[in-house]
Each structure stands twice: as C-alpha cells, then as structure tokens.
Design a protein around this ligand. Structure first.
Ligand code: DGJ
Length: 738
C-alpha cells in the first residue's frame, strides 16, 4: 500500500494493489482528479490524462489560454463559478455577498493509520499498518480559509474514506452553505445509478436507472437519513451483475439530511457528490472556527456488486462498528411490542419471557410503554422513569425477574422525543424544535427535542443513565419515530438557524457516545420506526439496527436484500412475528418467517404462549439452529443469488471464512403448478471441497457453483408430516458442510 506524490508533476497516486486513485494539482493550483478504478502501475507523469481542448462557450481561467477551463477538468473538490458551472462541493457566502471561492494547493501530509473525526462517526484502523491517510491542504488566499481534504486508503480493501475540513483563518464571518464529504468526477457517463428507496415498512427497495445528462439524485430533508432514501448509491457499468463487472458504491456515514447526486454534463462526464444536504444548510464559520464534514466511503470493484458489498460488510462490521459486541454473536431476543403493544403488566411480560426462555431465547426486550404516563402514544415521552401502575417494582424488579429466568434484559427508549403530555415538556416547553409564532406540527403525537442544545442532551443522558445504572440492563433499543418539522432552535441566533439540523445530529451522536462509553457492556440497537435511520452513522454507535417494522416473511426478502448491498448481516435486525402479519395481514409459514429472519440478528416479536405445541417445537428447533450457525451467518461472507426484485424466487447464502460451512436461504413467493426445473448456482465455496447438503447428498464445490443446487420443490425435505404440500411462501435453508 502506498500514497505516492510525484513532485515534478504534482501528482498523487493512492494505490493498494486493488485500486488506484490519481489526483493532480491543476494549473490554477486547484486539485484535479485523473483516475479511480482498478490498480494501475505508477509512473512519474499522468499529465496526458489531463485533456485540455479549446471549446466554444467555455470560460477560461487564464487570459490567452483557451484550453484551460475548469468546466472541462475532472476535479476533486470543485467550486462553482470560476469557469465550472456544475454543482460544487463547497460554497461559502461572504459578507460582501459573494459566493465565489478558489482553493489552491499548499502542502500535504501522509500519516499511518487514520485519525478520528471529533464528534462524528468514522471508520478506523486498529493498527497503523491497516491504512494510510493523505491530507491535502488547500487555501483560498483571499478568504483566508483552509480546506483540508482527507483520504484514507485501506490496505486490504478496495475502499477509500474521504472527508473535508474548512478552517476560517481570516477575520470575517463566512457562511458555509455547501460542504460535501465527497465529490468525484468520472470521465464518462456509461453507468447505471442504483439507489435504495421506499417508505415506512418498505425500506431500501432497489431502484435502477440509466445515467442521463442532467442531475439525478436522492436525498433526505426529513432530519434523519430516512425510509425514503438511503445515504448509499452505486454506479455500475451496464451488464454488471453480482459476480462480474465494474461497480462503485458511495456511502455516507451520516444520519441526518443527506444528498447523493450524480450530475452528467453535456460532454458526458459524471460528477458524483455525497454529503450533508445543502438544502436548508447554512453553517456560520466565524473567524477561528472550523467545520468538519461527515465521512464518505467509496468502494470500487471489478468483480461485481457482490464483491463490492462484501468489502463494505467487512469494513463496516470490523472497522466502523465498535465495542464489546462488535465481534460477538448476537443474542436471540424476544421483543414484546407486537405481542402486547401498550397493554401489559409486569406478570404478563414475565410470562412472555418465561415461554421464550423455555424455548432457548436469551434476551427479553421491553419495548415502548414502560415509563411516565405512557399508556398510549400520546403521553409520556421525555419522562424516563418507570410507570408505577405497570411496573410496581420499577424496571429494576422486572429486570431481576427476567435475569432470574436465566435471560438478559433489554429496554426501549426514544430519547429524542417528547409528548406535550409529559413532565419534561411542562417544565421545558422551549426544549423542542419549533418556529416562533407558528404551529408545531405533531408526528405520532410527539414533538422533537432540540438536541442541538447541550442542556437537553444532558437531561436525557442523566435520565437514561439513572435507569441503566439502577437496573440490570444488557441491551437498549433506541427508537426515533418522526421526521422534523418547523425546525428552529430557541437557543441559536438568527444567523445560525441553518445549523440546527446538523447540530441536532451531533447531539444524537454525543448522547450515543456518552452512553456507550459509560455502559460499554450494553448492546445498542438503533431504530427509527423500523429502518428510518439505517445508516453507517448509527452503526458506529449501535452495531445492529431494527431493519423495518415490516416483519412479514415475504416483504422482508426485498427489504433485507436491498439492505445487504451496503450493510453487513450482523447489523440487520430481523425477527419472527405472528400471523396474520400485523403490517400486511398475510399468512406465511412459521418456517419461512424464521428462514428470512435467520439472515440477520435473530429474534421473535410475538407471544410464544399463543403458539401451538407443534409450533413451539419448531421455534425450539429454529433457536437451536441459530445458536449453531449465527457465527457463520453474522460474521461469514454473504452472497446474493436470486433477486426478489426480479422474480418469484429469492436466494442468498453465507459462507464461513474457512469455506467449510455454508447456508443457502431459498424463498418462493407464489407456488407454481407444474413449474420448470430449477437450480441455483452457489457462490463462495471451495471448488475442491466436497460438501454434504442437509447431511445427505454430496457435491463438490465446483459443481454447486457451476451446475447449481437443485431447488425444484426443494421445500419438500423440510415439510412436517401434517403440513400441506409445496405451498405459497415456501422456503428452505440448505446447510452445506465440507
Ligand atoms: C417503532 C419501532 O419500529 C417498533 O419496533 C416499536 O418499537 C414502536 N416504535 C414502539 O413505539
């Protein structure tokens, strides 16, 4: 791995044998982009890649030189209006009203490892040799603003982490209205753009479209990364599949408003920009102040989307997630939400836990409704003290009773929210986001606490810490159930109101940081009405996330498949829930619900007391299966085989690092009459090893990968004697052992 700088040609070459990233100081001193892709040999000069031709209608930087226009250069961190007309990476509004800036190369440093980003989530190196960081310092001499562009190249991954920092070293107030984490210019537009979009209960559905001249983007304006779009996009060459072809993934480590944009100009070059959404963003940069953007990660693969995903999985599982739970198989949990909603007593909860314990569940999670005046969703948020009517012995006694069953205890919070009907709101009505003189719109009957204020974060931290230190709590589910409206902070002056949404997210990160430091043994699971904040920012603090409120065995195939493009299975919270399903009213077999949930962090979201003895026996088998294989599932290599977005069948698999164990999840939506013979070609096996399938037939890895595994009516092997023949929503997990 090396970060090279060729003094004579002012060229940077970042390469680790897998990828090369080339940049060059341009004639005006700004930083240009030359190449990003498969690793290439180094040379002193790549200047020929800087194609400069005079073109009509171009504005040119230097008098007398019709060839040099920024409009026709690939750039690293572009500004608008100094001969480039595309959307910029940075924009600074100055006291005289000008928005023009110009950043000129000053110096650079190369350091081993990777420095952290204060107050923000970031990937990291555990040992200095795992990565190397280049920081390029540029400066606008007129504004006296320094721009520090940071690039970390990871030794073993085709991945680059980027961020930018702006420092106002001058004497005037500036307003930063755009500060992107990553801008990357590509020399052509022969790509498909893929994004993961949806809504509550149908998160991260895969959308594919051809890049065209013009701007195409996804974003969030909701204050959280959102169900609507995910801060992750891919560009792939047409024809790229799971196993072959060129693809780039762009991921933003941020949980608030983001923008992911691809702009194709009239000459078919493509500019990808990723960062905090400039819409509504206005950060005052007073003299001496600096602004750090969130981090963005870009992964390149020449071996298809599967390879790209596995690089993200590895990076995010091992060098973004942190803490005691990072490398540990996750406990099998039962959550009472869909079993009881708000209707529970301490005894009822213990009865649910006891049944679960009998079947092998390890962790009981008490969801919403245990605190304050919370008997419905219209009261109590903000008051994190146990409700004495429901929990006469407090959380402490309930936790003791759960522990006495031989289980661990987990607790739900929604720290960022408040109901008007709460002691907290009555005491501090100005602690919410609301615009003076205007209505404060409610979402789920609640208001959003102003987490841009330290005293608000302090209060919630104290309340949560008290409960978490009094009761034996091993797990926290951190929920967030509404988007932000009428955003305004009573604590900030008028010229800083454009900072509120970002400061809010910094407040969320601050609270997470304090709690995870103080309670390092607690496993945190993030949640936002299901997957409304499933992003890498959250994964830095909470290694797993409740993927969606939709736990239907069919719907979840798309949701988990889409989520897997960027996020590792160890982060994908997946539970078995009751039928008829509470979201879509569908009846699916218990086996299928479990076979889908198995590919994530597994649990139950129902009252097992309501199941038949036969179903309970199935549950016991499912739990035993998960205990045997969760290490492989959560920490092995994941391969997508058949896409639920393309047909009636879904298949995916995990392979253990030593390639001796593999699990293949196979799912059918509707049953077929007299259907075709079907095979699914497996991936990631050792071609020369002989595998048993479900302890029966034996096949070499190459046969399973090239010819395929026969799946015609494959659910037959799993059918219980009293179950009907092949049916709708069937599924099977094939166990392969070398
Ligand atoms: C939304 C979450 O996604 C659910 O799992 C549950 O915790 C409810 N909130 C509780 O209000």
């Amino acid at each position: 791995m090396s970060i090279l700088f060729h003094e004579n040609t002012q060229t940077f070459h970042l390469t680790n044998g897998q990828i090369s990233y080339l940049m060059k100081v341009l004639p005006d001193g700004s930083l240009g982009q030359l190449y990003f892709g498969r690793a290439i040999r180094d040379r002193e000069s790549f200047d020929h890649l800087l194609e400069m031709h005079p073109r009509p209608m171009s504005a040119c930087v230097f008098e007398g030189d019709k060839r040099f226009s920024l409009e026709h250069c690939l750039q690293e961190y572009p500004v608008y209006g100094t001969t480039d007309f595309r959307r910029p990476a940075v924009e600074l509004v100055q006291p005289n009203g000008s928005r023009i800036a110009s950043f000129v190369y000053q110096s650079h440093t190369v350091t081993p490892g990777k420095p952290g980003l204060a107050g923000l989530p970031a990937t990291y190196c555990e040992e200095a040799g795992e990565g190397e960081t280049l920081t390029v310092c540029l400066r606008d001499p007129l504004l006296k603003v320094s721009l520090l562009l940071s690039y970390t190249l990871f030794r073993d991954l085709p991945a680059l982490a980027r961020s930018a920092r702006l420092v106002n070293e001058g004497g005037q107030d500036l307003h930063l209205t755009t500060a992107m984490s990553l801008s990357l210019d590509l020399p052509d537009s022969g790509y498909e753009l893929i994004h993961f979009s949806g809504a509550w209960s149908r998160e991260r559905h895969m959308k594919v479209r051809r890049l065209e001249q013009g701007i195409q983007s996804v974003e969030s304006t909701r204050g959280h990364s959102s169900h609507s779009h995910n801060p992750f996009i891919m560009l792939r060459r047409p024809g790229t599949g799971e196993d072959s072809g060129e693809v780039m993934g762009f991921s933003l480590l941020y949980s608030g408003n983001f923008l992911a944009r691809a702009e194709v100009d009239p000459w078919d070059t493509t500019r990808v920009t990723l960062g905090i959404n400039p819409f509504g963003f206005d950060w005052k940069l007073a003299p001496g102040e600096s602004f750090q953007t969130p981090e963005a990660v870009v992964v390149w693969s020449g071996q298809g989307m599967g390879d790209m995903s596995r690089a993200f999985h590895r990076l995010y599982r091992t060098r973004l997630a942190r803490g005691q739970w990072r490398d540990r198989p996750r406990p099998i949990l039962i959550n009472n939400w869909e079993a009881t909603y708000f209707d529970f007593t301490e005894d009822k909860l213990v009865a649910i836990a006891r049944a679960a314990r009998e079947d092998g569940v390890e962790l009981f999670v008490l969801d919403d409704g245990w605190f304050g005046a919370r008997c419905s969703d219209s009261a109590g948020l903000g008051d994190w003290t146990p409700n004495p009517d429901r929990l006469p012995g407090g959380v402490t006694r309930l936790a003791e009773r759960i522990e006495a069953l031989g289980m661990q205890f987990g607790l739900w919070f929604e720290p960022e929210m408040v109901n008007r009907d709460s002691q907290l709101f009555r005491a501090h009505p100005d602690w919410v986001l609301q615009t003076p003189g205007r209505r404060a719109s409610l979402g789920r009957n609640q208001l959003v606490l102003d987490f841009s204020r330290t005293e608000v974060v302090d209060n919630i931290y104290e309340q949560m810490s008290k409960i978490l230190s009094q009761a034996k709590v091993s797990y926290v589910k951190w929920d967030m159930n509404r988007s932000m409206t009428e955003v305004y902070s009573a604590a900030l002056p008028p010229d800083r109101q454009g900072e509120v949404m970002h400061r809010y997210i910094l407040g969320v990160y601050d609270l997470y940081d304090r709690l995870t430091r103080r309670f390092p043994h607690i496993l945190f699971e993030s949640c936002a009405s299901g997957g409304g904040r499933f992003d890498p920012g959250m994964l830095y603090y909470a290694p797993q996330c409740w993927t969606s409120d939709d736990s239907d065995g069919v719907e979840r195939q798309k949701i988990q498949y889409g989520t897997s493009f960027c996020y590792p299975l160890s982060s994908i919270g997946a539970h078995v829930s009751a039928v008829p399903n509470h979201q879509v009213n569908r009846l699916t077999p218990l086996s299928t619900r479990a076979n889908v949930a198995a590919f994530g962090t597994f649990g139950y979201e129902l009252d097992l007391n309501r199941l038949t003895p036969e179903e309970r026996a199935q549950v016991r088998e499912q739990i035993a299966f998960m205990k045997e294989y969760r290490q492989v599932i959560q920490f092995g290599d994941f391969y997508r085989l058949l896409s639920p977005f393309e047909g009636n069948f879904t298949a995916w698999m995990v392979v253990s690092p030593d390639r001796r164990t593999a699990l293949v999840g196979w799912y059918k939506v509707l049953n077929e009459v007299n259907g075709p013979y079907r095979r699914v070609r497996l991936r990631g096996l050792d071609p020369s090893l002989r595998y048993t399938v479900d302890g029966g037939s034996e096949h070499f890895g190459d046969e399973l990968m090239e010819v395929g595994l026969l799946t015609t009516d494959s659910a037959a092997g799993e059918r219980q004697p009293d179950e009907p023949p092949a049916r709708d929503f069937d599924s099977h997990i094939f166990v392969l052992k070398a």
